[in-house]
Write a protein that binds this ligand. Structure first.
Ligand code: CA
Length: 243
């Protein structure tokens, strides 16, 4: 993930072509959409089913994924969830023929960034794509209104956390720790750095304090706390957030 974030942070000039992955099984729509997107200056790859989409998006960097919900052999929701679980952070715009509110809620909970109901206006689609790409370029701290990993959704502005849609109570310090981990995801963070940045001037805090809070945070957010998938221990160095 790291090379992609660095690239996004560098404010690419007009010559940089953005790579989009279009996941859609309806041939006429694939043709119409990809023609238009290419005409707008995007590079477009297509996938007609979820398995192909997962393989492509896990293996290559894309700037944005347009993801149909109704796909042969599985739903776009599954693709979205699997991508997020694999740590793929690319913006996802979901497309569906179904206009139900529940779909929108499910999609956003699973980590989609936006949602568009078919049939949609081409200009609207282009506007949403541009908006998502713009948002992805803004510094992480500003963009970090909420963040999802696994079945956990953290709303940093409201200081609310849910897991599987249910409220998950976190202590203020746990939330602060989680925020620091998320903001520095993919990087190794030492215990000293966490003490300094999360505990600040609390002189009673020791490296052991960090470990205790990491352990309690794991109990709350990890599917299997004894074998963490998101808050990883980097032996001898500290911790790394892989969500
Ligand atoms: Ca479809």
């Amino acid at each position: 993930m790291e090379p992609q974030r660095v690239r996004q942070a560098m404010e690419p000039g007009p010559a940089v072509r953005r790579r989009l992955l279009l996941v859609e099984d309806e041939p006429s729509l694939v043709l119409t959409l990809s023609d238009r997107l290419v005409a707008e200056g995007y590079d477009v790859e297509t996938a007609g089913d979820g398995t192909t989409a997962l393989a492509l998006a896990s293996g290559q960097p894309f700037d944005l994924i347009l993801l149909d919900v109704m796909l042969p052999g599985g739903s776009g929701f599954d693709v979205c969830r699997d991508l997020r679980q694999r740590g793929v952070q690319v913006p996802i715009l979901m497309l569906t023929a179904r206009a139900q509110v529940i779909d929108r809620v499910v999609g956003l909970k699973l980590g989609a960034d936006d949602y568009l109901t078919k049939p949609f206006d081409m200009m609207e689609l282009l506007a949403r794509v541009e908006a998502l790409l713009r948002r992805a370029r803004t510094p992480l701290a500003d963009a970090l209104g909420s963040y999802a990993f696994g079945d956990v959704v953290v709303d940093f502005r409201r200081a609310e956390v849910t897991r599987g849609g249910q409220p998950l109570p976190l202590a203020a310090l746990e939330l602060k720790l989680l925020r620091y981990l998320v903001e520095h995801r993919g990087k190794v963070i030492s215990r000293d750095e966490l003490l300094d940045r999360v505990w600040g001037y609390d002189a009673t805090a020791q490296t052991r304090t960090v470990d205790v809070h990491v352990a309690s945070l794991r109990q709350k957010v990890e599917p299997l706390p004894s074998r963490p998938r998101f808050i990883l221990t980097v032996h001898g160095l500290g911790y790394k957030f892989a969500g």
